[in-house]
Design a protein around this ligand. Sequence first.
Ligand code: HEC
Ligand code: HEC
Ligand code: HEC
Ligand code: HEC
Ligand code: HEC
Ligand code: HEC
Length: 457
Amino acid sequence: MNKITKKVKRNVFHRVAFLCLLVLFTNSFSFAQEESDSNNVSLEASASAEDVATVDGEDLVMKGEKLFKANCAACHSIGDNKVVGPGLKGISDRREREWLGKWIINSADLIASGDADANAIFEEYNKVPMPPQPVSEDDIDAILAYIKTPPVKQDVVADVSTEEVVVEEDSSVSLIVFGSVALILLVLLVILNKSRVSIARLAAEKEGVSFDGPVSLMEAFRFTLRNNKGLVAAIVIVLFFTSLVKLMDGAFTIGVHTGYKPEQPIKFSHKIHAGDDKIDCNYCHSSARHSKTSGIPSLNVCMNCHKYIDGSHGKTFSYNGEEYSMEEEIKKIYKALDYDTETQTYGDNPTPVKWIKVHNLPDHVFFSHQQHVTVGNQKCQTCHGPVEEMDVVEQSSPLTMKWCIECHGETGVATKGNGYYDEMHSRMTEEYKDKWLGDDKLTVEEIGGWECAKCHY
Ligand code: HEC
Ligand code: HEC
Ligand code: HEC
Ligand code: HEC
Ligand code: HEC
Ligand code: HEC
């Protein structure tokens, strides 16, 4: 073996070793970044004090509204749709006033008395009993007046309080995989280096010279840096540009979790509640309209219905492709609230349900539900997909910056009938009117929806 081939061999080894180390280094860099991304998730569930009904004025309809929401809304809508019981639209036309009084105050008595209508509806609703209602005949007049002519504003009131929301740590597995690969690579490098040194020593002995090359891995590394300045410079430049591209790309794609669909501790099905039973999204996510977050309802909201619906009929339902017992899943609500179904009392040891958060924006992004749902007039489904058809909620939009920006570029602002924008138009100079209204559409972009500071703290 002559000196030249030896030198070439050594250099090839050095290059491979060097590249391995670089790969290791850059990967651990970007990995650390992803780690911190996934830790950046905010853990809030919301509470909103604004959600308390403001019923002042002694108006009959207002009184009726308050009574209806407190006592009936959990099971009835004032429209046509069935919730737990039938929709009550036009109830005063269907039934006698006297019958209604008897039914509402104690439906079981009326059924037992052999009343044909009472028995028919009881059968129709699979013998789900309507509990006796703590209301007077006067209250019933008010409720019926409200059902007949509800006030324009129809917010459903729900007592939303803080419930714990946790974020699933799904990166620990990849950390282990990455760590093991790194370790194996390192061990491989050490072994390779050892055999390189012994081969070089042998070769040197054969030629009767002493070996003076680098011995340890560190020495070999430094040696390579010193003797391959061109290569090092090239790699540094490539590295610089790839990380730049990666960073820019990151703004658009990092942390895309479309399709993320964790199983929840209680197998709560939106398909059953929001789909089959047509419960309004706002009944449970009432803060979406008034605040930044949409929040997860507290278990007290569930108890409006599940005090009476315990699933003891033994039916099962499907969740993520598996069958579960309704009774077992509903029992978890009672357990979490430390509720005793026999005595109907709450104990002192409630344990919050740890719902796993599905949608997560990084901390440096500002997003407000109120802005989009109430001001922008956007439907929940535009961003969340057909939730009412999902048993397990899944993330259906990418939640990337590109996604936000693209919608802002296309979507017109809901200016019609919005006093704020009417006022703005009348104050606009002609120049701005042309720029904004030239294409007959005022997009979110044009009111500043592409400005960095609007979305970044
Ligand atoms: C826990 C659930 C629940 C609550 C709370 C509840 N209801 Fe009902 N209601 C039912 C069910 C279920 C039926 C269907 C009949 C049956 O299965 O007993 C029903 C039936 C009715 C009917 C008969 C409808 C028809 O078409 O004849 C009226 C009227 C009614 N409810 C009024 C009220 C009013 C008013 C309140 C509040 C003061 C109220 N309900 C509270 C569950 C409930
Ligand atoms: C009966 C109460 C109830 C109703 C009605 C309801 N939800 Fe939910 N929602 C929940 C609960 C509880 C959770 C948390 C458990 C889960 O993710 O399944 C949740 C979770 C969600 C999530 C995921 C939140 C996250 O962790 O990122 C979205 C999105 C959502 N709901 C949207 C909707 C939409 C849209 C509707 C109406 C079509 C709706 N919900 C109706 C109770 C409800
Ligand atoms: C407006 C009434 C209502 C509210 C509020 C409500 N549920 Fe239900 N829930 C129902 C009805 C109706 C069923 C179906 C029962 C049946 O078919 O026997 C049901 C079924 C269930 C089931 C079994 C099927 C499934 O969806 O997994 C679970 C678990 C459940 N509810 C949990 C909850 C939780 C948790 C909350 C609060 C976040 C809640 N419910 C709030 C009416 C309600
Ligand atoms: C313009 C898009 C958009 C619309 C419209 C929208 N959401 Fe969201 N929603 C999001 C984003 C983005 C997040 C993640 C927020 C975060 O992590 O800070 C989210 C999170 C949630 C959550 C998790 C809890 C929270 O607040 O972080 C729930 C529940 C939810 N949305 C329900 C709803 C409901 C119900 C509606 C309709 C009333 C709705 N959303 C309308 C984009 C939207
Ligand atoms: C489905 C379309 C859509 C998506 C997706 C969307 N937005 Fe919007 N956004 C709107 C609309 C419409 C408005 C205008 C509301 C108004 O009239 O002020 C708006 C307004 C805003 C505003 C206020 C802008 C201003 O100039 O006052 C912010 C901030 C914002 N969005 C952030 C976000 C973020 C962050 C995301 C992504 C996580 C996002 N949006 C995704 C439709 C969308
Ligand atoms: C409409 C809202 C919106 C606007 C306007 C916006 N961003 Fe973003 N930006 C986001 C969202 C949402 C993310 C998070 C993306 C993710 O997690 O995938 C993000 C992420 C980023 C990141 C990446 C950070 C990371 O997590 O890796 C950078 C950098 C960034 N934005 C810079 C900018 C700059 C510079 C501007 C102004 C030219 C801007 N953004 C305007 C919504 C916006």
